[in-house]
Ligand binder design. Structure first.
Ligand code: NAD
Length: 388
């Protein structure tokens, strides 16, 4: 019998908007967007899930959202705005996923309604996951409130939670319908969370854009001093490079290559080993340092360029390394990160290394002796800085 064959393409479109005071009633960006998506003017609901770190830092937020939708009432606000913990706990503890799913059920959120998540990357990952599994996919809107989620995680296509003690073990590739980056949320970030996201900008500059690397070098000081103009440019540029990469590459990662995960194989493992004491962006900065020195020691990157990277990491206020990144004799748990990284990508191990500032190549094998040497070198350089 002849076999049957089918092939189809699904088109995804989403915009990332940049604004301030998204829920000010005079700001019609969100309401105009929702109207555009609803030309037939049917009744659609919008259900908000808010990161408690954001809710605590912005106590007026719930009231502002309610006020906004009382003025812009073409979309029906679910009055019960759900506030749940932000940070990695929301991805580690499945009970929070259950709470969101329960609310979807209770409030009758259907596939033509919206779930809007306001928060850091962790909350957005979890709520995005809940949205994409409930009813096989409810439209989700992301309103990222950290630097990392505005420049990187919130503008991508991935959702997920941690499971079996592995980062993002459960998850989906499913883009949001829109992302609204509101810089007024950033003022209340702790210094650590303000800085953390800059690591993702450094990552994308190193693998793709030498000019952006120069810009980061020249603007490290204003960014660290919390200059909003510098930070906004960094977020915009990083989000743009990230989105261009997703479009030109392999958005749903069907191959084994994942250049946007430069520096991440050790970072993900370090987050776990430190019991999330080390934040994602901080771990990424250390992972970048490790793979940069590895790139130098393995003859790919010049000494001068590798030193520029390390200097910039320190100028941005990051640590270069962590005791848990050291490779000792015998089993070193950090090395398990390589196999876990491979398993998560599927297929052959593929790690991105630097060949210059703004250029990279993929390798399929990492030498544990060179990793050990790189980690040791970073430890010495960090100690020298601490004692100088
Ligand atoms: P986070 O989500 O852990 O948030 C950090 C802390 O900041 C939390 O305590 C949160 O409550 C608080 N917070 C958030 N916004 C705030 C605000 N405006 N004011 C005050 N406090 C605020 O940190 P993150 O760096 O945004 O995200 C890290 C997560 O993102 C990790 O789980 C990581 O795996 C994930 N990530 C996902 C992708 C992806 O493609 N989906 C990419 C990179 C990272």
């Amino acid at each position: 019998m002849e076999h049957l064959q089918q092939s189809f393409t699904v088109q995804y479109n989403f915009n990332v908007f940049f604004t301030t005071a998204l829920f000010s009633v005079e700001n019609d960006l969100l309401s105009s967007f929702l109207s555009l998506l609803n030309p037939a003017k049917t009744v659609k609901k919008i259900f908000f899930v808010v990161d408690d770190g954001v809710a605590n830092a912005h106590p007026e937020l719930k009231k502002q959202i309610k006020n906004y939708f009382s003025k812009h009432h073409q979309t029906q606000l679910v009055q019960d705005i759900l506030v749940i913990p932000g940070g990695e706990a929301v991805k580690n503890e499945a009970k929070y996923l259950d709470v969101v799913l329960e609310a979807v059920n209770t409030h009758g959120i259907d596939r033509h309604s919206y779930i809007a998540a306001i928060g850091g990357g962790a909350l957005l990952d979890m709520v995005g996951y809940a949205a994409t599994i409930a009813h096989r996919g409810i439209r989700h809107i992301r309103i990222p409130t950290t630097v990392l989620s505005q420049n990187d995680s919130g503008v991508g296509v991935k959702n997920g939670i941690n499971f079996f003690n592995k980062k993002n073990f459960l998850g989906t590739f499913s883009p949001p319908v829109a992302v609204f980056n509101d810089c007024s949320f950033l003022n209340t970030l702790s210094d650590r969370d303000w800085r953390s996201g800059i690591a993702e900008a450094l990552k994308i500059a190193l693998i793709k854009d030498a000019e952006f690397f120069d810009w980061l070098e020249a603007n490290a000081k204003p960014m660290v001093e919390r200059n909003m103009e510098a930070m906004n440019y960094q977020i915009w540029k990083c989000a743009k490079l990230h989105m261009e990469h997703i479009k030109s590459g392999d958005p749903f990662e069907s191959g084994s290559s994942r250049p946007l995960d430069f520096g991440h194989w050790s970072a993900h493992k370090l987050e776990y080993l430190s019991n999330f004491e080390v934040k994602h962006g901080e771990a990424v900065a250390m992972g970048i340092a490790l793979d940069t020195v590895y790139s130098n020691l393995s003859g790919r990157l010049s000494w001068a360029d590798s030193q520029r990277v390390l200097k910039l990491i320190q100028a941005l206020g990051f640590e270069l390394t962590h005791r848990l990144l050291q490779v000792n004799e015998g089993d070193s748990p950090i090395l398990d990160g390589l196999e876990e990284f491979r398993e998560h990508l599927g297929g052959e191990l593929t790690v991105t290394l630097l060949t210059g500032l703004g250029s990279a190549e993929e390798v399929h094998k990492m030498d544990s002796e060179i990793i050990k040497e790189a980690a040791k070198f970073l430890n010495q350089q960090a100690t020298r800085k601490a004692t100088s």
